[in-house]
Design a protein around this ligand. Structure first.
Ligand code: FES
Length: 60
């Protein structure tokens, strides 16, 4: 899957690419861990569903 610069989390300005990096290279396998690493999902929470999908698609 190609890593995209598309912004997933508008609140914290976090791209899909950053989230995938956190999942693949930093062992972030939950929304909470992705949030700790990147900040994604820690604002309004509106992107959490998309983060869950990215975790499912990219976790080992
Ligand atoms: S868009 Fe990610 S927390 Fe609001």
């Amino acid at each position: 899957m190609e890593n995209s610069e598309k912004i997933i989390c508008n609140c914290m300005d976090v791209s899909e690419k950053e989230i995938i990096d956190a999942i693949k290279n930093h062992g972030c396998d939950t929304v909470e861990k992705v949030g700790d690493k990147t900040g994604a999902g820690t604002g309004c929470g509106g992107c959490v569903e998309e983060i869950e999908i990215l975790i499912e698609q990219n976790k080992k």
